[in-house]
Design a protein around this ligand. Structure first.
Ligand code: XUL
Ligand code: CO
Length: 441
């Protein structure tokens, strides 16, 4: 029988849907998990997920000061017992919130031991509680991952370390993390290249490091097959932080890497808003790039701050952003194995436990609105019809011939010399379309 823990949030009941007129900060105004949009419930469209590392492990420190987070259930030790208790608290939180999924790094849920085998033992001991709590609540694991960046051994990277022993250690750690993810019924496994990059090229053999990263991922694919893990593998792009340049810098770089090393069949992308911004892209750009290659897998939902240039990992509240995300996702056929995973943390000043609820409720409502708006834009059809018409010269005549691969420079020269004018060149109507989108927001 799973142990019933003392409630960590005794004053907070299950968060319910109260509709847009509600003034209750502990209620959803827009996310009604049962509301059906385009034939699917909101719950199934959005597949919300809570991240263990920020929500339960982030002390809310910054480079200038200590952590401020008040977490009364935490006894302040790095013991397995404390980790097990925290796991039960996490499930109380997720259950009350109504999030169907969660995600974790091995070292968030269980403490690092003095040796790899004691770390593995700690992980097994906490995974046992995670399994019990998953069973009790019905909450599922969206994806697992390994923390290959916090311990000093990974100072030069993990799979791209200059030291082969570190590569071996990382491989063993990932092997275990995939096995634990499988045992918990995880629907995916994410590779974010924590320190897979460089701080200076003066000391770096870039080609050799990229080859090693590919070898590492091939071994992960082999192990996945060997143990029969059916979850989806994801790569999560990020251009910098902690290193100056991360090899998985953006969606296009990841796709190129996967193609170069013959890994495209085994990976999809897990795209994160604030990582897109750091790369100088919009999230919409990253989603469209991934989608164009059939590689849009999952999203880490957060946002940066326009005035700050680093990875602030804030909860997303901007309806334009969530609309863009959901439009790309719906156009891509929805999230299948992936989810909307809140890789976000409350501000250092928001140190009370209730702030964790406010933050997630806000993010879930913002995505619910984005979903409804995106579905309405699609049902309206004007945006789609505009784009279709914009490319209509490709649906007939010379355009059709080019797309079919049946023309050459010589043919095209002949064609245009004869025609000697260009037809169907119309306005891009950006302002008109921006106004159209605003009709729905
Ligand atoms: C770091 C980041 C990670 C990954 C998982 O910026 O986003 O938390 O999502 O390793
Ligand atoms: Co992330």
């Amino acid at each position: 029988m799973p142990k019933k823990a003392k409630e960590a949030f005794p004053k907070i009941k299950k968060i319910g849907f109260e509709g847009p007129d509600s003034k209750n900060p502990l209620a959803f105004k827009h996310y009604d998990e049962n509301e059906v949009i385009d034939g699917k419930s909101m719950k199934d469209h959005l597949r919300f997920s809570v991240v263990y590392w920020h929500t339960f492990r982030n002390p809310l420190s910054d480079p200038f000061g200590a952590g401020t987070a008040l977490r009364p259930w935490d006894d302040g030790t790095d013991s397995v017992k404390n980790a097990q208790n925290r796991a039960r608290v996490a499930f109380e939180f997720m259950g009350k919130l109504g999030a169907p999924y969660y995600a974790f790094h091995d070292r968030d849920v269980a403490p690092e031991g003095k040796s790899l085998s004691s770390s593995n033992k700690n992980l097994d001991a906490v995974a046992k509680v995670l399994a019990e709590e998953q069973k009790r609540t019905g909450i599922k694991l969206l994806w697992g991952t390994a923390c290959l960046f916090a311990h000093p051994r990974y100072m030069h990277g993990a799979a791209t370390s200059c030291n082969a022993d570190v590569f071996a250690y990382a491989a063993a750690q990932v092997k275990k993390a995939i096995e634990v993810t499988k045992s918990l019924g995880g629907e995916g496994y994410t590779f974010w290249g924590g320190r897979e990059g460089y701080s200076t090229l003066w000391n770096t053999n870039l080609k050799r490091e990229m080859d090693h990263l590919a070898a590492f991922l091939h071994m992960a694919v082999d192990h996945k097959k060997k143990i029969g893990f059916k979850g989806q593998f994801y790569i999560e792009p990020k251009p910098k932080e902690p290193t100056k340049h991360q090899y998985d810098s953006d969606a296009a770089a990841c796709l190129n890497f996967l193609r170069q090393y013959d890994l495209t069949d085994h990976f999809k992308l897990n795209l994160e808003t604030n990582h897109a911004t750091l790369a100088g892209h919009t999230m919409q750009h990253e989603l469209e790039v991934a989608s164009a290659s059939g590689a849009l897998g999952s999203i880490d939902a957060n946002t940066g701050d326009v005035m700050l240039g680093w990875d602030t990992d804030q909860f997303p509240t901007d309806i334009y952003l969530t609309t863009q995300c959901m439009l790309s996702i719906l156009n891509n056929g929805g999230l299948t194995t992936g989810g909307v995973n809140f890789d976000a943390k409350v501000r250092r000043e928001s140190f009370e436990p209730v702030d964790l609820f406010h933050a997630h409720i806000g993010g879930m409502d913002a995505f619910a609105r984005g979903l409804k708006i995106a579905a309405a834009i699609r049902a309206d059809g004007r945006l789609d019809a505009f784009i279709k018409n914009r490319y209509s010269s490709w649906d007939e005549g010379i355009g059709q011939k080019i797309e079919a691969g049946k023309s050459s420079f010589k043919d095209l020269e002949k064609y245009i010399l004869k025609k000697n004018r260009i037809t169907k060149n119309e306005s891009g109507r950006q302002e008109f379309l921006e106004n159209l989108i605003n009709e729905f927001i």
